[in-house]
Write a protein that binds this ligand. Structure first.
Ligand SMILES: Nc1ncnc2c1ncn2[C@@H]1O[C@H](COP(=O)(O)OP(=O)(O)O)[C@@H](O)[C@H]1O
Ligand code: SF4
Ligand SMILES: [Mg+2]
Length: 343
């Protein structure tokens, strides 16, 4: 039930997605645990993606990125979800499990951090890449043809013979290409990649990201890239959303975010990224650690770690508001009582 209110965050939440929007997450709230000890993991998270958009979801470990992705895909039956997740015109939160199976791995491809965990060690690479097609009734010959073609697209040499190999015969980078092939074979319109390169060494990370970049551009594929490392997003995404303690606290174009980060947390994350052209050194590191969801401070959840915190921050949680660089930011420095008032 919607309540009558005038706060910008709720006005934003009540706006319906544009007809050209591919994914529109509105006010997604995730609760876990028992009714007696319920914990809010994600609080009123909203995000829009147009077809072909490449968006990064960034934040330190524990900020709620993975549970957000898992909730969008409805992977955890124990989560209590509210809000809406409109994808290609239907609210995924209203679908039953059978309908979700038709979305997962078909219309939305998924790539997770650990490629070995995503692969069955006892099945050949070919069988696994073909599986989404075989499940939807595509013939074996056609499935084989498409598996070979997508593996070739991802730079797997001798694809036909390598389809007969098992996962342990592939390197980490090659395994992640296989997982990517499984995600791409059904020709999805969106890929959700959760820390897809974190388990790989730096050189292979670069190769896999370059490949994802190339393939997503060629296919006009939208990508939601989840990462704790702001350093990996600069060349890959158009837009960055920053999460802290279960909330989106900042969102901007990648250029605006790197050149003039609005939220003090984003400024802190950027300081941790080694860059030779850094021009706005405000924080050297972010002291402290993010709060546990059961133990969030009152007011702004970042206030114990924020060098700019002032009295309002300790009592009132900031709403998302338009930021000076054209994005949105949840920080009292940009609010009605903050320093930017009237500017
Ligand atoms: N199934 C679950 N039940 C309860 N808490 C969970 C569950 N999964 C994750 N969490 C908690 O939710 C918070 C966000 O986790 P996660 O989304 O994995 O963070 P991130 O991906 O940003 O590192 C963490 O505090 C984590 O401990
Ligand atoms: S609201 Fe206050 S404590 Fe939170 S980030 Fe902004 S200035 Fe820092
Ligand atoms: Mg995660």
């Amino acid at each position: 039930m919607k309540t009558m209110t005038n706060t910008p965050a709720q006005k934003d939440a009540e706006r319906r997605p544009d007809p050209g929007t591919l994914l529109s997450v509105r006010d997604l709230t995730i609760e876990a645990g028992s009714k007696e000890l319920s914990v809010r993991l994600v609080d009123h998270f909203s995000l829009d993606m147009a077809p072909g958009d490449r968006v990064a979801l960034v934040g330190e470990s524990g900020s709620g990125k993975s549970v957000t992705a898992r909730a969008i895909m409805r992977l955890d039956p124990d989560f209590r979800l509210s809000g809406t997740v409109d994808f290609e015109g239907q609210d995924l939160l209203k679908l039953n499990e059978k309908q979700m199976v038709a979305v997962r791995g078909h219309k939305i491809g998924m790539v997770f951090q650990d490629p070995m965990g995503a692969l069955n060690p006892l099945m050949t690479i070919g069988e696994q890449v073909m599986e989404p097609l075989r499940i939807s009734g595509v013939s074996r010959a056609e499935s084989e043809r498409r598996a070979k073609s997508v593996l070739e697209e991802l730079g797997v040499a001798n694809a036909e013979s390598r389809m007969k190999a098992y996962p342990h015969e592939f390197s980490g980078g090659m395994r992640q290409r296989v997982v990517l092939a499984m995600a791409l074979i059904s020709d999805p319109s969106l890929i959700i990649a959760d820390e897809p390169t974190t388990a790989l060494d730096v050189r292979v990370q670069e190769q896999v990201l370059t490949l994802m970049d190339k393939v997503s551009k060629e296919r006009g594929l939208a990508v939601l890239l989840i990462t704790h490392d702001l350093g990996t997003v600069a060349g890959f995404t158009d837009r960055v959303a920053v999460m802290y303690s279960g909330r989106k606290v900042d969102e901007a174009s990648v250029d605006a975010l790197f050149s003039n980060p609005a939220h003090p947390y984003t400024q802190g994350l950027l300081q941790a990224v080694p860059r030779i052209d850094q021009t706005v050194p405000r924080l050297l590191t972010i002291p402290g650690a993010p709060p546990h969801p059961l133990n969030r401070p009152t007011g702004c959840a970042f206030s114990p770690r924020c060098p700019f915190a002032f009295d309002l921050c300790l009592v009132e949680s900031p709403e998302l508001r338009p930021s000076p660089e054209g994005g949105v930011v949840a920080c009292h420095l940009y609010g009605a009582s903050g320093k930017d008032e009237g500017s």
